[in-house]
Design a protein around this ligand. Sequence first.
Ligand code: ADP
Length: 248
Amino acid sequence: MSTDLNKQKEIMLELRNIHVHYGGVKALDGFSAQIDEGEIVAFMGPNGAGKSTALKSIFGLVPMSEGEIVWRGNKINNPKPHEMVPLGISFVTQGKRVFKHLTVKENLEIGGFGLNNKSLLKERIKEVLELFPALVPKIKQKAGQLSGGQQQMVAIARGLITDPRLLLLDEPSLGLAPKVVKEVFEKIQEINQKRNTAIIVVEHNLKSLLPIVHRAYVLDKGKMVKHGEPDELMKTKILEKVFLGALI
Ligand code: ADP
C-alpha cells in the first residue's frame, strides 16, 4: 500500500463560527474553516469580503465577538500574537514588508526575536537562505534597496525563521508585477513541499493562486459562500459570481 494511502489527514487548525465587528461594521459573520497539516489553503474573495480579518483573527490581531479558534485540538481563548509564534504559527502581514533601513540579515534576525539562542538563529537563517538563494548575495544590503519582489521574499523568509508549522500570508502578490507574482507563488509552493509547512494565503489574485492551493474558501460579505478543491471551484459558477464585481 502506498504511503499516501496510509497518510491520515490531521486537522491542524479550526475556525469555528467566527464573528468580528469593527464598530458597526460586520467584517466576519460566522466564518468557519479547517486547515489540515501540510495543506496550502486560500481565503479568496473580493475586496472587503473579510479575508484579512479571518487571518488576523487566527493570530489574535482582531478581537472576536463570537467563535472559537482550535489549534491541534486545543481551544485557544483570546489568541494573542506573542502566544501564537511559540505554538508554531507565523504571520507575514500585508503591505509593509520589510524594515527598509535594516539589512536583509538584520530583517531575518528580527524574525528570530524570541528564539534566545544565537547558534539556533544562525542555523535557521542558513536553512531559510537555502530556500531563498537569490537573497544570499544581498544579505548585507539594506532591504529598502531591493526590488518589491525581493522584499516580499525577505518578508516570507523572515516569517520562516521560527520554523512555523503554519504560515499565514496576507496578500503576498500585492503591488507586484505578474512575473514576480508567479515567482512568489512558486516559492510558496516550494516552502510547502520542502518543509511540509501548512500555509493559508489570503488573495484576490485568483488566477495565479488556484493552481498551487490544495483547497480554497471563498468569502463574500463576511460569510463563507463555498469551499473545495480548485478544480471543483472552477467548475461551479461561484467564483465568477463572487468575483465579477471585483474583476470588471
Ligand atoms: P478583505 O481582506 O477581504 O479585503 P477585510 O477583512 O480587510 O476584507 O475587511 C472586511 C470588512 O471590514 C470591510 O468592510 C472593511 O472595510 C472592514 N474593515 C477592515 N478593517 C477595518 C478597520 N480597521 N476598521 C474598520 N473597518 C474595517
